[in-house]
Design a protein around this ligand. Structure first.
Ligand SMILES: [Zn+2]
Length: 350
């Protein structure tokens, strides 16, 4: 048995203790500063690319699809999307893709990438508290420039971010805790049938809310996804005809316990389904920023000016110049401006 008792610290002990404490404090302050710096790098990021003077895209003519209906399901995981019978049926008749997201994997950045083809580093939209209009062109802009009748249904945020109230038909409803996708689909069907809509965009919030509340691996999340699936099927059945293509996309997934923003595969690899006229039977992988150029090619609209992605050729039944010329022109102009800015030069002159 050892004899106990406290022994006074010698000068050496004190020196070790004090310098240890000082090191801890310095490390803590350093970590705090680094975290603050990293946070600011993301949150206060200003894209140099949006200042580039890019040529206005030419108004498109007509594409392989006379009407494109885009459904954005907020927060839907890829594995759960494969347990949605309506979506599986669309996959069987079209293109089944898994897309990799940019970071951070939040909703505003994801919506913006899907609508513009510009990932976070180009759009500058890096948070869910981005304020005002996004500084990049979107499919809404190019659809309006192509004189298509546009219908937009979803969150009121779409007005501030994208000027969605410019659409000929629109309905904006805030998610307040109750299931909303049924009412949003009713609105979309009604507005699309009121006129000859060429571009329809519907944003469905319920799956994301279920993910945050109960987790991405919970039975309730799957149940909500299946309920949304039934509403998407209702939308498809109401608008289906020989000229209408459907595109179902997702902004991000959810981790098992709920939440998103990072690199986890359940969050950062999301499904995309394309079906209808002009669309091939295919399956593969792509990037989030490829969606907008693919939709533009399908609808015969100009690719949004700041798009960094490119149309996924395997999704398109035809990849002739009549389908892809507008997207080639845009890529050429953007690549010029992009390389100019990436070399540290001022924005490209007009
Ligand atoms: Zn969310």
């Amino acid at each position: 048995m050892r004899s106990g008792g406290s022994k006074a610290l010698g000068w050496f002990g004190w020196a070790v203790l004090v310098s240890g404490l000082a090191a801890c404090v310095a490390l803590g302050v350093g970590a705090y500063l680094l975290a603050g710096y990293s946070w600011d790098r993301v949150v206060a990021y200003r894209s140099p690319y949006t200042a580039a003077k890019l040529p206005a895209a030419e108004a498109g003519s007509s594409g392989p699809a006379g009407r494109v209906v885009v459904v954005l399901v907020d927060g839907l995981r890829d594995d759960v999307s494969r347990q949605m019978p309506g979506l599986e049926r669309l996959r069987d008749h079209g293109s089944d893709y898994v897309l990799t997201l940019g970071q951070p994997s939040l909703s505003y950045p994801g919506w913006t990438t899907l609508l513009s083809g510009a990932p976070q580093g180009v759009s500058g939209v890096t948070t869910n508290w981005f304020e005002g209009r996004v500084p990049v062109e979107t499919l809404l802009d190019t659809a309006l420039a192509s004189r298509k009748r546009v219908v937009i249904v979803g969150s009121p945020d779409l007005k501030t971010l994208y000027g969605a109230d410019r659409a000929a038909g629109s309905s904006f409803r805030k998610w307040e805790g109750d299931y909303l996708s049924d009412v949003l689909v009713d609105d979309a069907v009604k507005l699309a049938e009121e006129g000859d809509a060429g571009f329809v965009f519907v944003l469905l919030p319920d799956v994301d809310e279920a993910g945050h509340d109960l987790g991405g691996s919970s039975p309730e999340y799957l149940e909500t996804a299946r309920r949304v699936d039934a509403d998407i099927t209702r939308l498809v059945q109401a608008l289906e005809d020989t000229r209408t293509a459907f595109v179902v996309v997702v902004d991000h997934g959810h981790i098992d316990s709920g939440g998103h923003g990072g690199w986890e595969p359940d969050v950062s690899r999301v499904p995309a389904v394309f079906a209808g006229p002009g669309i091939a039977l295919s399956a593969g992988e792509g990037r989030h920023e490829d969606v907008a150029p693919t939709i533009a090619a399908l609808a015969g609209m100009p690719t949004p000016r700041h798009a960094k992605g490119e149309a996924i050729a395997a999704v398109l039944a035809s990849t002739g110049p009549e389908v892809l010329r507008a997207t080639w022109d845009q890529r050429f102009a953007f690549a010029g401006a992009y390389s100019f800015i990436a070399r540290g030069k001022a924005p490209m002159p007009p």
